[in-house]
Structures are given as C-alpha cells and as structure tokens.
Write a protein that binds this ligand. Sequence first.
Ligand SMILES: Cc1cc2nc3c(=O)[nH]c(=O)nc-3n(C[C@H](O)[C@H](O)[C@H](O)COP(=O)(O)OP(=O)(O)OC[C@H]3O[C@@H](n4cnc5c(N)ncnc54)[C@H](O)[C@@H]3O)c2cc1C
Length: 335
Amino acid sequence: MSEYDTIIAGASFAGLIAADNIEGTVLLIDRKEIGTHQTSSCATFTSVLEGLGCRNTILQEFDTLILHIPEERKVELIEPISTFDYEKFCKTVAHRIKAKILKTSVKGVTGQTVITGSETFDSQCILDCTGWKAVLASSIKNDYVDRQKLSFGIESEVEHTDDSLHFFVDPKIIKQGAAWIFPIGNKSRIGLASYAGRTNILPELSEFLKTMSLDVEYIHGGYFPSCLREPAVGNIFMVGDSAGMAAPTTGEGIRYAVRYSRECARIVQSIIDGDKTLEHGLREYRDVVYRSKWGYDMLMNMQNRLLSNILPETIKKAAYSRVFSGLFQKMYLGI
Ligand SMILES: Cc1cc2nc3c(=O)[nH]c(=O)nc-3n(C[C@H](O)[C@H](O)[C@H](O)COP(=O)(O)OP(=O)(O)OC[C@H]3O[C@@H](n4cnc5c(N)ncnc54)[C@H](O)[C@@H]3O)c2cc1C
C-alpha cells in the first residue's frame, strides 16, 4: 500500500485538469490509455482551450451557431467556440503534469483507501473523476447515480464541411432530444442525444445523416448526466460528470469539468498545505458548486419541457433574440 497527497480516479477532462493544478504527490488513475476512447463532440469556448494552453488542439473555430428549434436562425456567438482534438488535448495536459499516472481500474473506496484491481492506495484527498458512473462514490453510496437522470448521445465523424455549428431541437429528427453538426475542418461530428436516456437512437442518426446524403461511419458516445449531484460524498470530492456537472438541455460538460476541477484543486492544495482540514475543504467545495445550482435548475426545467415535447414560444423567441442568446451562450450553452 502506498500513500499520496492526492489520488484522482479518472484521467479525462476533470481528472487531468485537477492533476495539472495540484502540487505534491499525486496519483492519477485511469482504466485506459490517456486520450483514447473519446465520447464527446469536443466543442467548447476557444477561451477555455487557450486558458489551458491547448490552442494547439483546435480543429475549427466558429463565430456563428445556427439554431434549428426547429426554425433556422443564425446566432452570432459572443465568444468563438472551437471543436478540438480529444487525444491531442489529453496528451498536451498529461505531458506537463507531474502526477504518477497508473493504468488500472478503480473498484471503490474504504475510508482513505482507494481499491484497484491489484493494489490499494491511501490518501486523505480523493477525487472521483470517473464520469457518469461515479465509480468511487457509488462504492459507498449505491444509489448515488440515479439512472433515470441520464441522457444518452452518439455521433459519427463523416465527410461533411460547414462554416457554422448547428444545434437542432426538432422532433422530426429525434423526439425528446437534440441533434448537432459540429464541423472539424475536413469532416464533421454529427450526432444526436436522447434526454430520456434512450440508447437505441442509431436509426434516428442514420435517418438524420441520410437527409444530408451521408452514411453512418465510426460511432462514439455514451451517457452523460442531466442532473447536478452531491459534490462531496463521504470524504470524496466529486468533479465533472461524476458530479452530474454536464448542463441539462445543452449537454455541455467540458467547461464545467474544467471550472470545478480547478476549484477543487485549489481547495485540495490548501488541505495538503495544512491551511484547512479535509472536512472544511469538502464543505467549501460543496458550497462553491452549489452556487451554480440555480443555473442547473433553470436548464433542467427547460429540458423537462423538451421531454414533454413542449418548447414555449416565449423561450423560442428569447433563444433567437440577440440579448438572450448572448447571455445564454455565455452562462450556459457553450455549444
Ligand atoms: C455524445 C456526446 C457529445 C458531447 N459533446 C460535448 C461537447 O461538444 N461539449 C461539451 O462541453 N460537452 C460535451 N459532452 C459532455 C462531455 O463529454 C462530458 O461532460 C465530459 O466528458 C466530462 O468529463 P469528465 O472528465 O468528468 O468525464 P469523462 O470524460 O467521462 O471521463 C471519465 C474518465 O474516467 C475513466 N474511468 C471510468 N471508470 C473508471 C474506472 N473504474 N477506473 C479508472 N478509470 C475510470 C474513463 O476511462 C475516463 O477517462 C458530450 C457528451 C456526449 C456523450
């Protein structure tokens, strides 16, 4: 058994950025090679990528988003959004971090001990960044993940070029869901998601692609949470999708994983440095995350309306208006 200042389970957006911001002995564990098994469309504000020193990973940058809800309307973005290369992003961050990286599966936690398939590791500060399954938290609270509160999305990278991002809320494409076209230079990531967490959505994707004379190619995707969860479980800090931080309605999760992994790292650092107790740090982190709860509640409310296939005219009109869409993009949307 080895002891670390911090143990981080999961080395995607949340885990990597947390590791990048914590000094001391850090163990970063992922079951797969870093940067492999992309699930996301990987679109976020360019400023987020620049702030992480990852401008080099950008594939295409956009000043406009075309909303189809379902009428088509071009929205000028208040800040550019970029699609980026997942593998390059993860490797760029992984190369500069000082953490020890271990490829193995975490199984759970007992007290301050993280259990993997072969070994156990000890730390006062444990971060669960394992995505929607929240593997560590679920090992001590088996109802932590509410499977009714998961969305499910898939996408295919196909030969299609465009100058804009497109986001669709159109029951003719998918009921109780949304679709998107996110160009990446000489190709596009075209996908759709079910807010009801329905997984058999390949036929809808195939039909959607057919409308553009395209066929489904290699597919990736998966579940993403649609409800903010408890940010601290026992002595574990929950960050990113494990804490349900992907926004309802938009499914945007990268910016929140980055934001809260930095907040969490700041708090964990002060615990390591002896400026705070673990208990104090967990409480502070919970408070910091819950400050955004009203925004999640608002987007959840909108998603619930979409689940009932109701999008009131007032919301539609507001979404198309310059002021609202500017505010909306800045605060929540991002994609
Ligand atoms: C189809 C789709 C499209 C999306 N598009 C966008 C988008 O364009 N923009 C956006 O902002 N958000 C998007 N999202 C949401 C975004 O991808 C997530 O919010 C984001 O990936 C969350 O990051 P994370 O680090 O918390 O979790 P994840 O990216 O899910 O990473 C979890 C990590 O934990 C590891 N792990 C899991 N279990 C274990 C275990 N037992 N042991 C060790 N390691 C483990 C995994 O291998 C993985 O590396 C999309 C989601 C989907 C499904």
